[in-house]
Design a protein around this ligand. Structure first.
Ligand code: CTP
Ligand code: MG
Length: 230
């Protein structure tokens, strides 16, 4: 099977409260999105990269990679799942087969290590379903009551945080996402679509620093770390 990559980058980044979508904020001299794409562009196993962008995105054309022939651009949709599904439609046009693998990775996760990416590919290569990078919960977890007090402490040992990339067979992912969208179920990652379709994706332990830039402090943390690294 071939390997394809999809980068949903059509979100507005409301929790970041910046003057532009967070994937276009600067980290170490370039945009977050450019760093994210770099994690995939040089990988020898990946056949093609599709990026989903907002229809009226004014920032993409200013990037050096906008003309890169290895990158296909499609329109994003209302929800993340719509953006991913649009990219899968393009993959179909490009010749993706049902048993091919698709890796979906958030545009807002620029700190993916090649070690984690390779680990995901090799661990899942013979898996019937596929899976995702994930990180075991480390803090003590509380379930909240409606009034903001603790209802109970949750068993941490069975709780993982879902990261990306998430890697599934093209055919199964396409069907699960399309069916879930028609049924109007809440889908926040690819795994939840597969779960809804009755599958049990595998959890592959990854590095916690592959974090998604969601709030301003996430970017502060990455900037400090990257400046210390370089
Ligand atoms: N995304 C997308 N299409 C959407 C919504 C989100 O392609 N309709 C992408 C985002 O660009 C991001 C990834 O999905 O790379 C993860 O989503 P999230 O972190 O929620 O990003 P935003 O939706 O942009 O942020 P927020 O929820 O704070 O508005
Ligand atoms: Mg969002």
């Amino acid at each position: 099977p071939e390997f394809w990559a999809v980068i949903p980058a059509a979100g507005v980044g409301s929790r970041m409260r910046a003057d532009r979508p967070k994937q276009y904020l600067e980290l170490s001299g370039r945009t977050i999105l450019e760093h994210t794409l770099d994690c995939f562009l040089d990988h020898p196993r990946l056949k093609r990269l599709v990026v989903s962008l907002a229809v009226d995105d004014p920032f993409w054309p200013t990037l050096a990679c906008a003309g890169d022939i290895r990158i296909e651009r499609v329109d994003g949709g209302r929800e993340r799942a719509d953006s991913v599904l649009n990219a899968l439609l393009r993959l179909e046009e490009l010749g993706a087969q049902s048993h091919d693998w698709v890796l979906v990775h958030d545009a807002a996760r620029p700190n993916l290590s090649s070690f984690d990416l390779d680990r995901l590919l090799s661990e899942l290569a013979n898996d019937p379903v596929g899976g995702l990078l994930a990180v075991p919960a480390k803090d003590t977890l509380k379930r909240a009551r409606a009034d903001g007090r603790v209802a109970e402490t949750v068993d941490r040992s069975v709780i993982w945080q879902a990261y990306t990339p998430q890697m599934f067979r093209f055919g199964a992912l396409y069907r699960a996402l399309a069916d879930a969208l028609v049924a109007d179920v809440a889908i926040t990652d690819e795994a939840s679509a597969l779960e809804w379709a009755g599958q049990a994706p595998r959890l592959i332990e990854g590095r916690a620093d592959n974090l998604k830039v969601t709030r301003p402090e996430d970017l502060d943390w990455l900037r400090q770390r990257w400046s210390a690294k370089r």
